[in-house]
Design a protein around this ligand. Structure first.
Ligand code: HEM
Length: 166
């Protein structure tokens, strides 16, 4: 086996790990006692429950699982299709770290605020607005981090295609 790992391996490994986490999350959220609690806190249409199902569940599977796989596959296949190397290997790594950090912090923030506000809804609903004040900045930081990963990816792909046309 080669001692040098392909830099795209991490995209595939994180994708597989995310599908595993997203699938376990999906199995847990249909178990009757958990389903009942999620329904009681607004899932799937609104309220704190909405953060856990569908938002956290969807983004773990779709961004952590599907998008990571698509990014890794594109970085592998595009050079073969356009007959040019990827514009920047550094940007390949930055794509991974920004998107992965953003997607996982987005997931953890949605779960944390979903459980926190969900438990308050039953015992001290008047405290929810105070907690909600933190939700906006935290989720905005996570979402922006994830979006930066996407932008780096689009830029690297666009520059690669452009270099192939010249
Ligand atoms: C920078 C990347 C992304 C950010 C910041 C982001 C953020 C969000 C936010 C804030 C919502 C909630 C809207 C609401 O409360 O009604 C949402 C919903 C959703 N997002 Fe994303 N998203 C991103 C990427 C993606 C991608 C790439 C996919 C799919 C491949 C996706 C799939 C979904 C779905 C399916 C919903 C709707 C869930 C539902 O309420 O039924 N998102 N997203």
């Amino acid at each position: 086996m080669s001692s040098q790992r392909n830099p795209l391996t991490k995209f595939l490994l994180l994708s597989a790990a995310s599908f595993a986490i997203g699938t376990i999350h999906g199995m847990l959220q249909v178990m009757p006692p958990i389903r009942h609690w999620l329904d009681s806190i607004g899932s799937p249409y609104g309220g704190p429950g909405h953060m856990i199902d569908p938002l956290a569940h969807a983004h773990m599977n779709l961004v952590g699982g599907a998008v990571m796989l698509a990014m890794g596959a594109t970085y592998h296949l595009l050079p073969q299709f356009v007959n040019r190397p990827i514009y920047s290997q550094r940007l390949v790594n930055l794509t991974f770290w920004w998107t992965a950090t953003g997607a996982y912090s987005f997931y953890v923030a949605l779960l944390a605020f979903g459980f926190w506000e969900g438990s308050l809804l039953h015992r001290a609903p008047e405290q929810i607005p105070a907690v909600q004040r933190y939700y906006g900045p935290v989720i905005a930081c996570a979402a922006t981090t994830m979006a930066i990963g996407f932008v780096i990816y689009f830029y690297n792909i666009a520059k690669t295609v452009r270099s192939a046309r010249q």
